[in-house]
Ligand binder design. Structure first.
Ligand code: EPZ
Length: 417
């Protein structure tokens, strides 16, 4: 099993290129199932989840051409299957995003239920309820969602709580439904807006993406498109925290301030210097980091996908920070490992209290999920001595090789077996 070996205490400086967004790329790839024409995506991140989604599409019968520099062309002009199998879905729950497009285009889909996840139960009831409101017949059997519909029809779906995945799945399904679909209390994440832009380029009629209400006029067919995936605001946020903890001036090429306001506002409250540059953003560590409380929330609030990285920062800040995780029930798996490195963190239900600054020391630690892994990498960069992070396959799911990018900034990081 691959591990990362990090020797802490080095100051980082230079420029890092931010890759395409994983959470924008996955629904965009699923959207290619809505048309028989070619969909070309550029700036796809070189991460395992993207490779898994391409395998799901190939498994369904779509033709996939992987190009240079993170581009790929997908053409779903023939279908070998309507099934997203357990073996693939269990490795990446976002595979469930093929459900809406398959049902809308072919009136049939068989998708493995994703099952539990380290960070929470993560049911898909809101996806299924919405598709049923659009006229789908849905059965859950043998661990699979069996869905059928002659043709989906437009409907009004009011989400009881914000959900990125169900907003994306239903928005895609609605593009080929008969009539008008209104998604109320919709998610407003930049990845949702990006998906609406891609679908618009494919000929869909969508209004209101990025607001609480999205209106989709169904079309009989959609066409192909060429599109560039937006930069990854969570990867960028992770490198901003690296710069805040051990940075002597790091420039993040392609990072977009307009996607990251809540992250940047919070870091500035802590005392971190973040400035826009021509290429993107620049970050530097201040003399002193000041502890600040945090509450995760749906966009435009502070993203839950940055909570673990923020906790690593708070271990180095002066004072006490109360971190409230409001989106996922079990998203403090990184705390046990931070304690092994000498951090002072106490959990009380969905709240963690971090007292700093703590002198972290290198240790053998275990990654448990994607963002928890990033938190451990950040802690290891400032810790005394050597940290070995096991199970880095979690990290590879959503980050382009971190050891390469960090080494270019001057860190001592290597991948070992
Ligand atoms: C997306 O997950 C992201 N994944 C997650 O990023 C991110 O944490 C999450 O949105 C929230 O921002 C991708 O885009 C691929 P949700 P998703 O539906 O769509 C509950 C990462 O680290 N819920 O917005 O699965 C759910 O359990 C990943 O990159 C239901 O109860 O998230 C959660 O508590 C992790 N029923 C909350 O809503 C449903 O049918 C928000 O989930 C759907 C969701």
């Amino acid at each position: 099993m691959e591990k990362l070996k990090i020797t802490g205490g080095r100051r980082l400086a230079g420029r890092v290129k931010i890759g395409g967004s994983k959470n924008a790329a996955l629904p965009a790839l699923a959207a290619s199932l809505l048309t028989g024409e070619k969909v070309e995506l550029d700036n796809l991140p070189r991460v395992r989840d993207v490779r898994t989604m391409l395998r799901v599409l190939e498994q369904l019968g779509a033709r996939v051409e992987a190009g240079e520099h993170g581009s790929a062309a997908v053409q779903a002009d023939g279908f070998a299957s309507f099934e997203a199998p357990y073996d693939l879905v269990k490795t990446m729950r976002a595979s469930v995003l093929v459900l809406g497009p398959l049902l809308a285009r072919h009136g049939r889909a068989r998708v493995s239920l994703p099952g539990g996840c380290a960070i929470g139960e993560r049911p898909i009831n809101l996806h299924l309820d919405g598709l049923e409101r659009m006229g789908a017949e849905i059965k859950l059997e043998h661990g699979y969602v069996e869905a059928r519909a002659d043709r989906l029809r437009g409907a009004t779906v009011a989400f009881p709580s914000k959900t990125v995945g169900a907003t994306e799945n239903l928005m895609m399904a609605a593009t080929l439904a008969r009539g008008t679909t209104v998604l109320q209390n919709a998610a407003k994440e930049p990845e949702v807006v990006y998906l609406a832009e891609l679908l618009g380029a494919m000929g869909a009629s969508i209004e209101g993406a990025g607001t609480d209400e999205i209106v989709v006029e169904g079309r009989d067919t959609l066409g192909g498109a060429s599109h560039r995936v937006i930069p990854d605001r969570i990867e960028a946020g992770t490198y901003l925290v690296a710069g805040a903890i051990v940075g002597d001036g790091i420039e993040l090429e392609d990072a977009r301030l307009d996607q990251m306001e809540a992250i940047i506002d919070q870091l500035r409250r802590v005392g971190v210097v973040v400035e826009p540059t021509e290429a993107g953003l620049r970050v530097a560590r201040p003399e002193q980091l000041t502890s600040q409380d945090l509450r995760t929330a749906p966009h435009p609030g502070f993203p839950t996908d940055m909570q673990a990285q923020y906790m690593a920062l708070m271990t180095q800040a002066t004072g006490t920070a109360v971190i409230a995780e409001t989106i996922f029930e079990h998203r403090f798996m990184h705390v046990g490992e931070l304690l092994r490195m000498g951090a002072d963190v106490r959990i009380d239900g969905h709240t963690a209290v971090v007292v700093g600054p703590a002198r972290l020391t290198g240790a053998q630690v275990m990654a448990t999920d994607l963002r928890a892994s990033a938190c451990l990498v950040l802690a290891a960069l400032v810790a005394d001595g050597v940290t070995v992070i096991d199970r880095v396959y979690h990290l590879d799911r959503g980050y382009e090789p971190m050891e390469r990018k960090l080494r270019e900034l001057g860190a001592s990081v290597e991948r070992i077996r």
